[in-house]
Design a protein. Structure first.
Length: 127
């Protein structure tokens, strides 16, 4: 009984320590270097460049008319920045210290509210 309790306590401490090492940056991804697996995140006017972990969790989005959900890639994000998202991709980037460096482990897309067909009812009220 005591072993189980101690084992659970140690496991809990390990999970808490891992969570404490994680850092979140909410801002815009302004540069993507898919060749070197790096991104630049701009928060409060400051640029932060981070390497991206090989097992990084990316957002998923529906592609094409069929609506098949696919996970983003660095290459896809680089194309986004060249196209519609020239001002940056709104995102929350989670980093974890690996070998003394902050490394991106998760990217969450922060889409602006409204999106396609936003506030259709608002136009009706204004008329």
């Amino acid at each position: 009984m005591l072993r189980r309790f101690l084992g659970a306590a140690v496991l809990g401490l390990v999970f808490c320590a891992g969570a404490a090492l994680a850092e979140e940056y909410k801002g815009k991804i302004t540069k993507v270097d898919d060749a070197n697996n790096k991104i630049t995140v701009t928060t409060d006017g400051k640029d932060h460049e981070f390497p991206v972990a090989s097992d990084c969790k990316f957002p998923k989005t529906k592609m094409g008319k069929g609506g098949e959900e696919k996970e983003w890639t660095l290459k896809f994000m680089a194309k986004m920045l060249e196209g519609r998202a020239k001002d940056g991709i709104n995102a929350t980037v989670t980093t974890t210290k690996k070998d003394g460096k902050e490394t991106v482990t998760e990217i969450k897309s922060e889409r602006p509210k409204g999106g396609k067909g936003k506030d259709k009812d608002k136009d009706k009220d204004d008329k």
